[in-house]
Design a protein. Structure first.
Length: 212
């Protein structure tokens, strides 16, 4: 599961990175959180419409009107590939979510401590996602898979991580090819894991101080 992430890139900085690929850019005129981004927050996403890649704002988490199920901010690839309803959404409504890191909480002597996870050589990466339109809003959910051996030390799930090139292919290729991309991230890519000092609560800080 991924319940928090970080994106320190702006629409303008991403546009410069992908200038040759973007035929159109559409950014809501408002500031977005850059760290500790949580479900129900507005996030930057990239989607493809015909031959255009578009940068937009969606809300993170799917909640159907009248549905008593919790907010769906993570979607398991196993469910997407086996359930016709979700498979159809995956076929038609894929997106990628820019990120510079994501957070997972590790249990340390009975206290959950947030850890920041990023990748060497990939200061910007994408998290695979799906989206739905409900009334006047558009809502996105991250796609998760089983963890690689590195992330498994912290959590039982991880988001589907895509490089810049693989992210654009995720939006462009046919569904069967794209399903093959939804796998644990390559263990050969160096992963940085550190305590997320910028989002620690006071209680967590006190716990870590006692352990020094």
């Amino acid at each position: 599961m991924c319940s928090r992430f970080e994106n320190k890139e702006t629409g303008e900085s991403m546009f410069k990175k992908f200038e040759k690929d973007f035929l159109m850019i559409n950014i809501a005129a408002k500031d977005l959180k850059q760290i500790n981004i949580a479900p129900n927050d507005d996030i930057l996403v990239i989607q493809k419409s015909e031959n255009e890649f578009t940068l937009k704002n969606f809300s993170w988490g799917i909640k159907f009107p009248g549905d008593k199920t919790p907010l769906i901010f993570n979607s398991r690839i196993e469910t997407i590939s086996s359930k016709p309803y979700w498979k159809n959404i995956f076929k038609r409504n894929r997106c990628i979510i820019p990120a510079t890191a994501f957070y997972e909480w590790k249990m340390m002597e009975g206290t959950k401590i947030p850890h920041r996870i990023s990748f060497d050589g990939m200061p910007l990466f994408f998290i695979a996602g799906i989206y739905v339109k409900i009334n006047d809003g558009i809502f996105a959910s991250m796609i998760t898979t089983t963890p690689n051996t590195t992330i498994a030390k912290i959590h039982t799930r991880m988001p589907v991580i895509l490089s810049m090139k693989d992210g654009l292919n995720f939006l462009s290729n046919d569904m069967e090819e794209v399903l093959l991309q939804c796998k644990p991230f390559d263990n050969d890519i160096s992963t940085k894991i550190s305590i997320a000092d910028d989002i620690l609560t006071q209680k967590q800080k006190e716990f870590l101080e006692k352990g020094k």
